[in-house]
Design a protein around this ligand. Sequence first.
Ligand code: ZN
Length: 209
Amino acid sequence: MLSYIVTKNHGTITNTYNPRTYELIYKTVMINNRQARYIVNRDFHMVNGHALINHGRLMYDFGLTRQEAQHQQRERFSTEQNAAMAFALMYNQRSRDEGEEFAASINRHSDGRFSFSGVTSSLAPGNTQCVDSVNLPIFPNTVATIHTHWAWYHARCFTQKDLDLYLHMMVEDNRPLNHYVVNRQGTVRFVSPVSNNTAFSRPRTVFAI
Ligand SMILES: [Zn+2]
């Protein structure tokens, strides 16, 4: 998410719009006294209100390190969904490349902002069991969980095993959390507790990176 990357590197963004249609044409970014212009739908695309741009491009254009150009664990985001998107951007491709599922908790901090942390992965590459059944990190301030799917056969949505685990956590452990899954193709799906914490909502798509 370009706005967060620019902010953490103490830069600025200026938007330029078409004066007749008011549509965004390009963004001018300044970091480290260097300037770059990014054209919408060519250099970046908009997802859920955020400009997504390849981190390699930012490293090249502004001389940033990988850590400076990407999102990291424990960085703060203004919404739970933004923290979910940051995790998805970090781990969707890596999960596919390595044949592992990655999981994290999404935590709400005392400043009202959110981060993902406690990133864990399935025990061995090629293990097709959901990582959340192995080790899903939960902290006192956890409000949601998120994990990736890479295998084709359960790439589309939560598995029944996922949903059974979430129900157990909610009913038996009294942890009524939201849950996200990042599917192989980058679609992020979501369930939340309903009905006095005895069931979950139907899974719905919140965004696709
Ligand atoms: Zn799963």
